[in-house]
Every structure is written in C-alpha cells, then in structure tokens.
Design a protein around this ligand. Structure first.
Ligand code: FES
Length: 155
C-alpha cells in the first residue's frame, strides 16, 4: 500500500501501480494506459522528463486525437518537446503547456502520478479538469500543417 502524499484527500481513493520506475527511461518511450474521462475510455501516457514522471491524456487540445508518432513515442528527436503528430503542436513536457502550433497557450490534460519505491502510481479516481468547449468538440476546418519528421528519424 502506498501512503498518500500530503496533498491527497480521502476522496482520491487509493493510488494504483502504473508501471515500474525502470520502465520509464529519461526522455524515452512513454508508458501508455487508458482511463475513464467524462464517461469515455481515453488513452493516456506517462513519461520521464528531467528525472520526473509526468502523465497526460493522449489527446491533443487542438483536435481530440492521439498525438504519438508511433505507439509510445511523443518526444521530438532531441527529447525536448512533446509533439503532436497531426499538426506539430509542441508541448512543454514538464507541465503540458503548448508553446507552438495551432493550440499555443493551451495545455495537455495532466494525470496525477507519483513515483515511489521503484514504481509509478496513479489515481484512477482522481477527477481531471472539465474539458473546454473546443476540447470536447472536434475542429472541422483545415489548419496549416507542419512537416512531421519521418518515423525512421525517431530514436
Ligand atoms: S491535432 Fe494536434 S496539433 Fe492539430
């Protein structure tokens, strides 16, 4: 049993093991998992960046689609930014903020995680923020695209 951190509340229920710490290499492949968000099963991912595990819904704020170039590959070639494979939005891995692309100024939906005793845990019962209007309804108009690196160029 993992003790709850000081910020946890009784309504968060108990954290569940997501993966081993060693499964998440620095700026490496992400660990994919599913969660329920507003009644829907939604893919999510966890990865390690600058030593810390972060997790987000695998759902671009621009258009609600999965963002990985290949399964589990979210970071650019330098391992600096999370990139959306569809239109190339760039996100700060540490906090999910979009710094470039069609959804600049918005952010990825964070999932609460904790690393402890060689494992990564998450809170399936912890509520996530409500989706914004544009996150809950797809964008239908065309948007400028940025050339994506070829899959063979990924690490
Ligand atoms: S769908 Fe992600 S940037 Fe457009």
């Amino acid at each position: 049993m993992v003790p709850l951190p000081p910020t946890a509340t009784a309504t968060d229920a108990q954290p569940q093991r997501l993966c081993a710490s060693t499964d998440l290499l620095e700026r490496g492949r992400a660990h994919a998992f599913d969660l329920t968000w507003h009644g829907q099963t939604v893919p999510a991912f966890a990865l390690r960046f600058e030593g810390r595990v972060v997790a987000y819904l695998n759902r671009c704020p621009h258009v609600p689609v999965e963002m990985d170039w290949q399964p589990g590959h979210f970071l650019d070639q330098d391992g600096r930014w999370i990139l959306c494979a569809i239109h190339g939005a760039a996100y700060e891995p540490a906090n999910g903020h979009c710094v470039a692309g069609p959804c600049a100024g918005r952010r990825l939906q964070a999932v609460r995680v904790l690393e402890q005793d060689g494992a990564v845990f998450w809170w399936p019962q912890a509520p996530l923020a409500q989706p914004t209007r544009s996150e809950s309804s797809p964008v239908t108009r065309p948007v400028p695209t940025r050339a994506a690196p070829p899959p063979e160029a990924l690490p």
